[in-house]
Write a protein that binds this ligand. Sequence first.
Ligand code: ATP
Length: 457
Amino acid sequence: MDKIVALCKRRGIIFPASEIYGGIANTYDYGHYGVLLKNNIAGAWWKAMIQERDDIVALDSAIIQHPRTWEASGHLAGFTDPLVDCRACKRRFRADHLEEVRNGTAEHPDLRCGRAPSKLPGEHADCDLTEAREFNLMFETSIGPVKDAGSTVYLRPETAQGIFLAFKTTLGFARKKPPFGIAQIGKSFRNEITPGNFIFRTLEFEQMEMEFFVPPSEAEHWHQHWMEQRMAWYVSLGIDPEKLRLRPHGEDELSHYSSATSDIEYLYPIGWSELEGIANRGDFDLTQHAKYSGQKLEYVDTASGDRYVPHVIEPAAGLGRTVLTLLCDAYDEDEIGGEQRTVLRLKPAMAPIKVAVLPLVNKEGQPERAREIYEELRELMPAEYDTGGSIGKRYRRQDEIGTPWGVTVDHQTMDDGTVTLRDRDTLEQERIPASELGDELQRRLAAPWTSPKLVRR
Ligand code: ATP
């Protein structure tokens, strides 16, 4: 993980926020390449949810909702973590995580005694643990100039509730009937005070959530459907299938709203951990909001006269956590000509930049020709033009941000119009006419792709 954190900082992919003030715990900024990578993941999610299906519509709901929302959803009373402090080593951890490790239902590799890293908190003679205290994770703020009880509102801790609040309105105009879904990507906020492990757990993070409303009798079928779809989606991003697994929650792990949840987990450098939760939320949310708002939140079939409260299947993923997953999965090191190279073996479709155009030398008209080629290519895909430093250095820079192809303009280009096209993974260099670059790169971008890390294994 340290190597990934260092690479992200070195290349401005992701770095600590408020750094000039010494940073702020569990809070990060995404730089240029980080934004592009994140957008590619979000784009792939929208494509799978909206473009490739016709039973889901999009939503972008407010971050600050009516405070009653969180009473109805159970977050005000129950969205808490049980926290324990060790008075001896000053570490803080979650009592539920300790319990899970003890009974073997989940792994939390970062949960260690501060005195003896091979032991769990509480196992060393010096350990001095407090009782668990319930700590609410919602951030409070207030509306208006006077801060009183009536002005308190909350930054949403999940995007899902905004979807339930918009269910009735959406049903009115979307011309859909169950089974149908509402999808959104947006920021959520949680006052996380245990160690974050880089961007794995942050105070603010983007969620990609979809609530799929179904007739109650079909809930199990759709739960199964979404577990399969979501696993396949991660594999389609190029992630190693052997580092992905589906883990059903035990009875004692289930949230207050859920009758069944399975987590998609990835084998991060910190161990197997949650990437996405896929829950069967039953009719809990719509029933609660109907009760608290006094509105009917149900589906009425005008033809048959049937009315029911749909059940909800929810695939809830973290966008930042998916970024981290791709970074961990793609990170690789090898050697070129005796020199060590760091390379992100991202699937080309996910790479922030697809092609870098580099003049071999900064003279003889090469920079001008390279810039022309770059300006043509950037109409087709994200491209970069780079003249700074030796050609080897420029390739290294592109390898580190996962750019799959490099185009070099050299003296031969000026004679016969051909360029060299270099492949990040095979390191093969092919000479092709510059006029064919666009077609060739688009063909490669659309071609099936297997990570060289898998081929090697
Ligand atoms: P965890 O057990 O890791 O705290 P959770 O079960 O509370 O997560 P959910 O409420 O199911 O998480 O949220 C859905 C997804 O949102 C998670 O699978 C994860 O990808 C992402 N997520 C949740 N909390 C955070 C966070 N603090 N930072 C980054 N991503 C998060």
